[in-house]
Design a protein around this ligand. Structure first.
Ligand SMILES: Nc1ncnc2c1ncn2[C@@H]1O[C@H](COP(=O)(O)OP(=O)(O)OP(=O)(O)O)[C@@H](O)[C@H]1O
Ligand SMILES: [Mg+2]
Length: 353
């Protein structure tokens, strides 16, 4: 982490990170109204627009598939270099969520025409390029516009084996639901914006947000996992609901097993809850039943809008050994629930066995 500048980037941001995504209800309305104006999977297009997956996938001729995705957002941190690292890890994550590896990226940037030093944007891009390089991904160009609210992200292309893709529609009854990073970045970043996150708490959140999902994806593909997504702005339950609806299944979640970042509970209890998290709670009310025994702060965190969150994997019980291998990369990796037959998209959250 570099020294903070005098400009507090998060004060320029109405939302922050993936919490500035359009609410899920609005996005789904938009996508439905685009019906017919976006290509559906057919022939060499293995994953298209109506599939609503983490990225589009195009079969190439030589036993490889091309993965295409993009992601950008307003400042999630005050430190520009770290914001860049987080934004790159987040943009690359959709490639990992499909079971691929990123190969090239374009910078997408919006920056105030005056008043905010360009040096800061250069720092954002340096942080992002360093993180992308860690994933074997070269930054090869980009586009920059003048805009009063700074925004940064990437369009990323990746490669995958078309026979070993991970998609959101392949969850099977009995699959174990595995989460590879702890929750809580939304509440911690909201506390940061209000000067209420202590440095150690913030450092843990930054360490988590800048961790690539590369190792988790590689291990999951090797173990034969067929269904995955990454947990971002719609929160754990929002992204789980999308997987379940696409797969025609329901799920149970054990709130006690869901990993949480240090201090996330306390900050949620103090009311540092982003607008994106509140929107997730209201949208998911028709899909999620939370047992009364589940603590209110934990229920909030299950909906918390994550930036650069972990992978949510549907792991067949026969491949449960994967969980130990994933824990070698992130000790907080946990089995948090199970897919079951039931109303598609429905989630029952309980506390304890
Ligand atoms: N403007 C858009 N035009 C076409 N498709 C869109 C648009 N915005 C979102 N989508 C699609 O809607 C689906 C859900 O988008 P969303 O951004 O939640 O997922 P994502 O790409 O996995 O992002 P992330 O994991 O980084 O939050 C994706 O399939 C995405 O491609
Ligand atoms: Mg995604």
């Amino acid at each position: 982490m570099r020294e903070n500048t005098t400009v507090r980037l998060t004060t320029l941001s109405p939302g922050a990170g993936c919490a500035c995504k359009l609410p899920q209800a609005s996005l789904e309305t938009l996508m439905t109204s685009l019906n017919g104006f976006g290509a559906q999977a057919a022939d060499d297009l293995l994953v298209g627009l109506p599939e609503g997956d983490d990225a589009a996938v195009l079969r190439l001729g030589d036993g490889q598939a091309l993965i295409l995705t993009t992601d950008f957002f307003t400042p999630v941190l005050d430190d520009p270099y770290d914001w860049g690292r987080v934004a790159a890890a987040n943009a690359l994550s959709d490639v990992y969520a499909m079971g691929g590896r990123p190969v090239a990226a374009l910078n997408l940037a919006a920056w105030p025409g005056d008043g905010l030093p360009l040096d800061l944007l250069a720092d954002v891009m340096r942080g992002a390029a360093t993180k992308a390089a860690e994933g074997g991904c070269a930054v090869v160009g980009g586009h920059t516009i003048a805009d009063p609210v700074p925004k940064y992200g990437m369009a990323v292309i990746g490669l995958a084996d078309p026979d070993h893709l991970m998609t959101i529609d392949k969850v099977r009854p009995g699959d174990l639901l595995v989460l590879t990073k702890p929750l809580g970045t939304g509440v911690i970043v909201t506390a940061l914006k209000q000067d209420a996150a202590d440095p150690a708490t913030l450092a843990e959140a930054v360490a988590s947000m800048t961790t690539l999902n590369a190792n988790a994806a590689r291990a999951a593909v090797a173990a034969g996992v067929l269904a995955a997504t990454d947990v971002t702005g719609f929160g754990l339950l929002g992204h789980l609901r999308r997987m379940l609806s696409a797969s025609g299944l329901a799920a149970t979640v054990d709130a006690d097993r869901v990993p949480l970042l240090p201090d996330a509970r306390e900050l949620a209890a103090k009311g540092f809850v982003p607008g994106g998290t509140k929107a997730n709670m209201s949208f998911l009310a028709d899909w999620v039943d939370v047992a009364v025994s589940v603590d209110e702060e934990v229920a909030i965190l299950l909906h918390d809008a994550q930036t650069s969150g972990g992978l949510l994997l549907a792991v067949p019980p026969s491949a449960a050994g994967l969980v130990d291998r994933l824990r070698e990369h992130d000790r907080s990796t946990a089995v948090i629930g199970q897919a079951v037959a039931g109303r598609p998209g429905h989630i029952s959250v309980h506390a304890g066995a």
